[in-house]
Structure formats: C-alpha cells, structure tokens
Write a protein that binds this ligand. Structure first.
Ligand code: ADP
Ligand code: MG
Length: 703
C-alpha cells in the first residue's frame, strides 16, 4: 500500500498531448494541427493520415489494441464503440492500421440514442467528428486499453445529436462577440476568447455489500425508503473532517487515474453529509473541462467498484441529508492573457471589467429561465429550493465590494471608490497577518461572483456540465453582440460605455441579491421583483421553447428551433421515465420485501403474546400496542401501494410529452410520498433483524 507516486512522471501519461504531438509529428504537420487547435480553423484532411498513424503508434506502445470515437449523446453520459486497429494482409496475417479518415470521421449505427424526434429510427445514420481541441487519451482499465478520440455527434443533416456540438458552437459564439467588443475597446492583441470552467464534483461513497441489498439504489440511484437514523449531519462533524483510511485509499487511486488522463484533480474533502465527499480539478477550457468531468464521474465509479465501494452520483441519494451538486466555476479568458472577470484591486476604475460584469448581469437577468432549465433534472428536483442547495430562483451574489461600486454607479452616476479588504485580526501574535478578501462569501446564492469568476451552483451532480455552459456562453454572447453593434457605431467609446454600464446595472439590478436565499422572505421578494421561480423540472423545460430563446439560440447558430424542440422532448421523456422506474421500483420493494417482512414480524409479536400468556399470567399490553401500531401502518401502506399502482398505470397510458411528464410530477410523485410515509414508520417499529434491507444508519455511517 501507499506506493510512492511520481506525479510529474505520470501526469498526462495517457494523453496524446502537446508534448507527444511535438515529439512524434513532422514539424510541418505539428504546426498545422496546432494552428487548427488554437485558431479554430478547419483541419486540413491531408495531414490527418500522418496524425492518425502517429497517434496509433503511440497508443499501441501503451498497449492499446482498439480505438473508439468517444462521444456524448443526449443521454448525458458518454458512449463508445471499440474498433480494433487490425487490418488483414494477403498472407493471412494482420497489421495494425489507423487512417486519417478513421480519425476524423466515424459512423456509429446509433439509432438507439435519444434524438427527440430529430431522427426516425430507420434513419440510423449519425456521424462522429473529431474534436481536435480536446486531446485524445487512453482509457486504461485492468482488462482493456482503448484509444479514445473525443468527438462530436451529428445527424446526417448536421443536427446536433449530442451535448458537445452545441457546446462548441456556444464557445465559438462567445469568442466572436467578445472579440468584437474587445476590438471596439481598442484591443489589438487578443484573437480568441475562451471560457474557462472548473467544476467541483460532489459524490457519496457507500459499501458495496450493503448497496447490493438495496434494490432502490440499484434501480434508481437513490433510496426510495429509509427512516432517519438518530444522527444525521446536524453535528457538522463530517464537513472537512479527517478522511477515513478506506476513503483516502479510494481518493489516492482516483487521483492517480485522473492525473494519468491529464485531469488536474486538485482538491478533495469530506462534504456536509456523512459519506459525502467532493473533488475539484483546476479549471480548463470549457470543452476540455466538460470531457474531463465525464471522465471524473466514470473513473469515480470504476475505482469505487474495485475497492468494494459504490460511488453514488445521484443528486439526492438520501432524504433528510444534503444531496450532491456540481459548482460550475466559469470565466472568460483571452489568448493575450487576460481574465475578463478579474476586477483588479480597484474595480471602480476598471471599465472593461465593469462592462463584462454588467453584460453577465444582464444576460442572467434576461435569461434566468434558461439557466434554471439548464440545471433541471429529475434528481435535482429534490435539491433546488429544498434548503440545502440554492433555491430554484436565479439570483446573483456579487459581494460587498462590487455591490458598493454598482450602487455608486446606480445612484450617483459614477463610481469613485472601491472598498478594500482589511487586515485579518485573529488576536494571536504568532499567527501571520494577512489581508482579508474585500468580500465574504454567500453559500445560498445560485450564481455567485467569487473573486475572478462566477460560480453557478445549481448544476446537479449527475449532469453533464455541457447544458449549463451552452446557456451561459450563449446568453452572454447575445448581450455582447448587441453591445458590439452599438460600440462599433459610436465615436466616443468611453462615454458610451459609461452610460451603458450605468443603464444596464439600473435595469437589471433586480437579479442581484445578497441576503439569505433559503428564506421564505426571499421567495416573496423575488416574486415582487418579477423573478421567475420555476420549482420543478417540468416547470422549467418550456424555457427552451420560448420565442425569446429560439431567437437567441438561432441568432448565434447554437441551436435551431428543431434542435431545441428535440431537447424539450427528451427532457419530458427523461422525467417521465425516471419517475416511472422509481414508482415501479417502489411498488416492487414495498410488495415483495416490506409487506412480507412486516407480516412476519406481526406473526412474531402475536406468537409472543400467546407464548407468554400460556406460560404465565403477565402483562402483554406492550406487544399488543405494538401489534396495533404495526397493523395500522401496514394497512395505510397497502392502500397507498394500491393507489400508486393505479396512478402509475394511468401515467403509462398517457401519450409521451409535456402532459404525461406533468402527470408524473403532480400525481405519481405525490403518490410515492404517501407510500414512503407508513413504510418509514414501520421501519421504526419492526425489529432490525426483520427489516429486509440496510438502514440509512448502516449505509451512511458504516463505510
Ligand atoms: P472555491 O472558490 O469554491 O472555494 P476554488 O478557489 O478551489 O474553490 O475554486 C473552485 C474551482 O474554480 C476550481 O476548479 C478552480 O480551478 C476554479 N477556478 C478558479 N479560477 C477560475 C477561473 N478564472 N475560471 C474558471 N474556473 C476557475
Ligand atoms: Mg466552490
């Protein structure tokens, strides 16, 4: 155990990265490929053969026998189909080959992926195209070594069938508009603006043996039953607590695997809930960060499995304790070295920063519904608005310093000062003195400014971070596009900007909120301010179909109307299917496991009364009372199961779409709650050894 790891040696060792490319490719080929990667120009097919061959040589040296076009269909997870490098020769043998064509283009028969009506099942053609801006890598497991080529996945007609194509389109849109704005401001050096993203990933680890006894976890990823143990998270003793050896072993192995993949796994700690943890990498370019986050989730699951653990990525595996999310840290950076969201020490003097800040504020206010919808998932419905994650209302937290600058702009027409951080006073002489940040944090805000980036905190832990970033990039690009139109017309940029920033802040300040986002008062205040409160996934989905959204996405070539319709269709379907599986699992577990266990326990109680009565004339009123309580709850449970069966059948009979999803939400989901109540009450009454599966206490405290 505890083998010494040479991090600098293993980091990126399974990636066909810049170092490998430079070392292996002929200089001219390397230069051309590099140009394509950096400028986003089209790839010259003539060099593809050379790149493919060198990539194959490298992969084969690493032990790879197969390659795959690795893509991200609308299921939200990744997909791969392996092809061997072998090519038969005339003498009955085989050589290893990989052509440029095979590198650039793939054609999986992928008709079984959700397309939301973009493609009828008989139109099976779909193409995967190499995204050369995200490096190829080797997925190495104890039993296989595969060269993975990150790709985008489109239909025969060029419609996006995946989560990557729109992301790349949105990055391009933001690049174009941000560069226009910078040019108008007199910047001549920047030629590209990219978004940088650092997603913090939360997850649970539980013991595999116990997991295998929980059919709810197996079928749905979350517990459908479970009484609260005597202790939950109220002591706050897990958050940042010392990490158990078994968990530390998992984290070490995970880190090594991720480092090999060039993923900068950096921070790890215990989270608020018992058995909950977090991993954060260092930020990377948007599409790479998105690929990496998929790999992080997949690797977590694999490493856990190897170690007799199970990694739960569901947004709410356990009721009553915190669920898991993903904080999407986002910023815009130029290739001349600027972070456009860096305020510097004196933000009131930093017009360029204030302009980009105002642009983000405007974008978030105008399209709060889209941001909310981009974080909608059946699992996330348990978190958003449930007093642990951000509320379902989108608001922005800017912190004291920026808030003050914007207030000055709003009330006086100009900002003349920036509040500064003060000396931290600890009262202990031996502790070093340092300056505090100018601003404290706010945990309850869904969209918070944290120093030099925004942190979108609504994203669910299972979700691909593609959707939220597509929305973020596009809504900001849209505001910048309008701004660039104006800037390019004006002859006094400075004066124009001064007014624009002030007006924009005044018009959109309603989205800024620095108070407690969990409070009921905020819900009321937000309503008065006219901010949308889309409580559930079903409420949020229509945001992708509004005229406003279609116009904006089409303007920037990110989604067509048809593509947006397909996304909504898939979301409704995903919601309905998820609740359907949960309802069926619940019925199954209740009928086949809980009811029989309770009846058995009833028998034991009754037997005990008889046995004791026969032996001696002593009091058996406790058994009798218990028997009565058990019988009452059993009756309630049985009737609730009947009701759930009835409404689930009704839901299944409905036509797929918005109305069916709504029914699952309003009726089936409610009926599930009614089954759970008496079942959880019974868990507290029935003897532990008679209960058919491990309890919450067993699952979260005995890892
Ligand atoms: P927190 O601010 O949440 O306490 P960190 O400072 O570690 O935690 O940052 C969280 C994440 O934000 C990390 O993934 C980090 O790399 C990322 N991050 C930092 N700066 C930027 C930036 N300019 N753009 C995008 N992500 C960033
Ligand atoms: Mg954070």
């Amino acid at each position: 155990m505890n083998e010494k790891v040479n991090v600098s040696e293993i980091f990126g060792s399974n990636v066909f990265n810049d170092t490998e490319m430079r070392a292996r490719l002929p200089k001219s080929v390397y230069k051309e490929l590099k140009k394509t990667i950096e400028t986003g120009s089209e790839l010259n097919p003539a060099i593809a053969d050379v790149v493919a061959n060198e990539m194959k040589e490298w992969a084969v040296e690493k032990g790879a026998t197969h390659y795959t076009h690795w893509f991200q269909p609308l299921t939200g997870v990744t997909a791969e189909k392996h092809d061997a490098f072998i090519s038969p020769t005339d003498d009955g043998k085989a050589i290893l080959e990989f052509s440029g064509k095979e590198l650039i283009k793939g054609e999986p028969d992928a008709s079984s992926f959700p397309s939301g009506g973009l493609r009828a099942t008989f139109e099976a053609r779909g193409y995967t195209a190499w995204d050369c801006t995200s490096p190829a890598f080797i997925k190495e497991t104890p039993n296989s070594t595969i060269l993975c080529i990150p790709t985008a996945f489109c239909s025969y007609k060029g419609e996006a069938l995946d989560k990557k194509t729109p992301l790349l389109r949105s990055m391009q849109a933001l690049d174009i508009q941000a560069i226009r704005v910078l040019r108008a401001l007199g910047n001549t050096t920047a030629t590209k603006v990219t978004t940088s993203v650092g997603p913090e990933q939360e997850y649970f680890l539980i013991d595999k043996e116990k997991y295998l006894k929980r059919k709810d976890l197996i079928f749905t990823g979350r517990t459908l039953f479970g009484a609260m143990p005597p202790k939950g998270q109220e002591m706050d003793d897990h958050y940042f607590g010392s990490i158990k050896e078994r968990i530390a072993g998992f984290m070490s192995e995970l880190n090594v695997e991720l480092w090999k993949l060039g993923i900068t796994a950096k921070t790890q700690h215990n989270e608020v809930a018992p058995a909950q943890h977090e991993l954060a990498p260092i930020y990377a370019q948007n599409n790479i960060a998105t690929d990496h986050n998929q790999l992080v989730m997949e690797t977590m699951k694999r490493v856990a499995d190897r170690r007799g653990l199970v990694c739960l990525l569901h947004e709410k595996p356990f009721a009553g304790i915190n669920g898991s999310g993903k904080h999407n840290n986002w910023s815009m950076v130029t290739n001349d070295g600027q972070n456009l969201l860096d305020p510097g020490k004196t933000p009131h003097e930093n017009t360029q920063f204030l302009m980009f800040l105002a642009a983000v504020i405007k974008a978030v206010d105008l399209h709060a519904d889209l941001l909310r919808a981009s974080a909608a998932s059946p699992g996330n419905d348990h978190r958003l608005g449930a007093n642990e994650a951000p509320p379902a209302i989108i608001s922005m937290f800017l912190g004291e310093q920026l808030d003050d600058v914007l207030k000055q702009l709003d009330t006086k027409g100009e900002a003349t000062s920036s509040k500064q951080g003060e000396q931290l006073v600890s009262g202990v002489h031996t502790l070093p003195d340092f300056m505090k940040d100018a601003t404290d944090r706010n945990r309850t805000s869904p969209f918070a400014f944290t120093g030099n980036k925004f942190e979108f905190r609504m994203v669910g832990s299972t979700q691909s971070i593609s959707d939220p970033n597509v929305v973020l990039n596009t809504i900001v690009a849209d505001v910048l596009a309008d701004l660039a139109d104006e800037l390019e017309k004006t002859d006094n940029v400075e004066l124009f900007l001064h007014d624009w920033i002030k007006t924009t802040v005044s018009e959109h300040k309603r989205v800024i909120f620095n108070g407690n986002g969990y409070s009921e008062d905020w819900v009321k205040m937000a309503e008065q301010r006219g901010l949308p409160n889309l409580r559930s996934m079903v409420d949020a989905i229509p945001a992708f179909g509004t005229e406003k959204a279609v116009k904006m996405f089409e303007r920037h070539g990110v989604y067509t109307k048809t593509e947006l319709e397909s996304r909504q269709e898939i979301m409704y379907e995903q919601y309905a299917k998820t609740i359907n599986i949960e309802a069926l699992a619940m019925i199954d577990i209740a009928k086949k496991q809980i009811v029989p266990a309770v009846i058995k326990y009833q028998g034991e109680l009754a037997d005990s009364i008889n046995t004791i009565r026969t032996a001696a004339d002593v009091d058996t009123s406790v058994q009798a009372t218990l028997l009565g309580e058990v019988a009452e709850n059993l009756k309630a449970l049985y009737s609730a199961i009947g009701q759930l069966e009835k409404v689930t059948a009704e839901a299944e009979a409905k036509e797929e779409g918005a109305e069916q999803a709504r029914f699952y939400h309003d009726v089936v989901f409610e009926a599930m709650g009614e089954v759970r109540k008496p079942a959880d009450a019974l868990e507290m009454l029935v003897a532990k050894e008679d209960w058919p599966f491990p309890s919450y206490g067993d699952l979260i405290f005995e890892v």
